[in-house]
Unconditional design. Structure first.
Length: 161
């Protein structure tokens, strides 16, 4: 058996490490699982927060769409009675109280404010201001659930009747 070739000889300064004992690595797998569960829990909390924000913004968007729809509702009623609208018969300041429904104009305004409050909440208000054929309609409601930071939203449209 002569000399060992150089690639089979142990190198100087290198020692073989003894295999680790099972006791020194015990529990490492459990820690890895706990860290993974923690990361997953934080991610799920983030998803839940995003879902809640999306729900609030969706409600705010629905209310804005309804506000626009209600402006066009009273405009349609005014277009059905253009002489009274141009003469200022539909004019009313920002009000949250439905007017008396004794006349056609009163019935239109009463139905409009009542429907506003049913759809946009009890604090919803409306305003009509016509000067000749030019009419400006405003709808105001509480949008505190939205995340825009403004509790009161107002939508205003101006049109010619």
């Amino acid at each position: 058996m002569g000399m060992l070739s150089s690639h089979l000889r142990p190198r100087a300064g290198l020692r073989r490490r003894a295999p680790r004992r099972a006791a020194s690595v015990r529990g490492v797998g459990l820690i890895e699982v706990l860290v993974a569960v923690l990361v997953l829990a934080i991610g799920l909390l983030g998803v839940a927060a995003m879902q809640a924000t999306a729900l609030r913004n969706s409600q705010s968007s629905l209310e804005r769409s309804q506000g626009v729809m209600h402006v066009y509702t009273i405009l349609d009623a005014m277009r059905a009675n253009p002489q009274a609208a141009r003469a200022g018969g539909y004019n009313m300041g920002m009000t949250c109280v439905p007017p008396a429904a004794g006349t056609l104009i009163g019935s239109d305004q009463n139905a409009w404010i009542s429907t506003l409050q049913q759809n946009l909440g009890p604090t919803a208000c409306g305003q009509v201001a016509c000067a000749g054929p030019l009419c400006t309609i405003s709808v105001r409601w509480d949008d505190s659930r939205g995340t825009a930071g403004i509790a009161t939203q107002t939508f205003t449209a101006t049109t010619r009747i």
